[in-house]
Design a protein around this ligand. Structure first.
Ligand code: EPU
Length: 427
């Protein structure tokens, strides 16, 4: 049971470089299965979820070679199976992308029901609806999803909800299907666009990614490519909030400021100064924080994956703020942990009312999921005293070198390895 031990009160200052986007990487790695050549993927973050996905590909027969700490070369031509390894797959939600990728390549995919962070029901009905529209049928048996198609033929698909996962999975399944597929009410997240750009760099014909209508003309062949993953929007947002929470002054490098606009807007509303450069953003806080209301929505709305982090900031703002969770049913489980540090937050279903307090105080807390864990880190950085955070395996699923990066900004943080059974990570 490894822990982070953080003594709060240090102002973060200096520069930090953001890694490649987790949610793009976990889509692009399985997408390599569709390629007819070797792919070199650059700017890959060194995090557990991505390493698990690379292991899954290796286990299925792909050649996976590390070129340097953030570049992998993957040869998918030696993949010999349409069945994904259950033990690895169940550790992460994004393993559902193997369904679309294997279906697209072999017209048959068998993948365990995906795991991932637990914040409510995480159905895949829209993914399956898309596959069926393309001509596939599926069965669910013993926790495995089995999707098969004689032929995949382009179709018109209207998604009932805006879903990143289904949008990506349908793109993967349709990219080599016959004819035209149109996805309406598609997700517009930066990682959807990045996946489409990656596939297009191999010769796919995908248009409209980043809007709510995506058109995919199926192609027969996808060549190998070299591709660099976009910077992680949520990692950047997390450091922006950490800088604000500690009255810091931080230059956050390797970002796409456009992807951060909804976060920037909220921080400015709270009285934080933001300066934008071409590929960097500077966050400075000198005064008190104002209350503000936040509603999470699909992109370009305020991201649900920043909701726990902004809640920490609102909990030390002047006045009462309201957070409305517009994406997930149950994403306030971390509030109980934050209350242990003195936050005054009440939750009713998808609504949280945050009464600002003067300061947070250290307490032993847990990371209940990835972004909740990031929120605990931010809370500890600005709290009085020394906080211990347990279950950090969740945090390490999505934050590359978080201890080193925060230390370089002046944080007092260390990772303590304690003997004992390693917690099984089911996400
Ligand atoms: N939904 C359905 N049916 C489906 C799929 C989704 O009803 O078939 C609903 C979900 O229940 C949810 C909403 O649609 O209410 C959005 O779900 P979405 O499919 O967009 O989520 P996801 O693809 O499972 C990705 C990210 C999450 C992020 C969400 C929303 C990855 C690997 N994960 O999940 O990221 O919260 O989109 O933006 O891309 C994280 O990084 O911490 C994380 C959890």
């Amino acid at each position: 049971m490894d822990k982070f031990v953080i003594t709060g009160g240090n102002r973060l200052s200096g520069e930090v470089t953001i890694s490649g986007a987790k949610n793009a990487a976990v889509a692009i790695l399985p997408a390599v299965i569709l390629s007819d050549g070797v792919c070199r993927i650059e700017n890959i973050p060194n995090i557990t979820d991505v390493n698990t996905m690379a292991h899954i590909l290796q286990d299925m027969g792909a050649g996976v070679r590390s070129i340097n700490s953030s570049t992998l070369e993957i040869d998918p031509r030696t993949v010999r199976t349409h069945v994904a390894p259950y033990e690895l797959v169940r550790q992460m939600r994004a393993s559902s992308y193997l369904l679309g990728a294997l279906l697209g390549r072999y017209h048959h995919a068998v993948v365990g029901m995906p795991g991932g962070c637990n914040f409510g029901v995480r159905p895949i009905d829209q993914h399956l609806k898309g596959f069926m529209a393309l001509g596939a049928s599926y069965s669910l048996d013993g926790g495995m999803v089995d999707v098969v198609a004689d032929d995949l033929v382009g179709s018109h698909i209207y998604l009932d909800v805006v879903t990143v996962g289904a949008t990506i999975n349908i793109i993967l399944a349709a990219v080599k299907a016959k004819g035209l597929t149109v996805i309406e009410n598609a997700a517009r997240e930066p990682h959807v666009v990045d996946l489409a750009n990656f596939l297009n760099s191999m010769g796919a014909d995908i248009r409209g990614a980043g809007t709510d209508v995506i058109k995919i003309h199926g192609v027969d062949y996808l060549r190998g490519t070299t591709y660099s993953i976009i910077p992680d929007q949520i990692e950047a947002g997390t450091y922006m909030v950490a800088a604000a929470a500690t009255c810091g002054d931080v230059l956050i490098k390797n970002v796409i400021p456009k992807h951060l606009e909804s976060i920037t807007a909220k921080l400015e509303e709270m009285g934080v100064q933001i300066e934008e450069f071409d590929e960097a953003i500077r966050v400075t806080r000198t005064g008190a924080l104002n209350k503000c209301n936040v509603k999470t929505m699909p992109h370009p709305g305020f991201p649900t994956d920043m909701q726990p982090q902004i809640a920490v900031l609102l909990s030390i703002a002047k006045g009462t703020s309201i957070i409305t969770e517009g994406v997930w049913d149950n994403r306030f489980r971390y509030v109980e942990e934050l209350r242990r540090m003195g936050a005054q937050i009440s939750v009713d279903s998808r609504l949280a009312v945050v009464e600002g307090v003067d300061h947070l105080v250290a307490a032993p807390v847990k990371a209940v999921d990835l972004r909740a864990g990031a929120a605990m880190v931010i809370a500890a950085l600005c709290a009085q005293g020394t906080t211990q955070i347990e279950d950090i395996q969740y945090i390490e699923r999505g934050y590359d070198a978080i201890v080193e990066k925060l230390r370089s900004l002046g944080a007092d943080i260390c990772r303590i390895e304690t003997p004992g059974p390693t917690a099984v990570m089911v996400g």
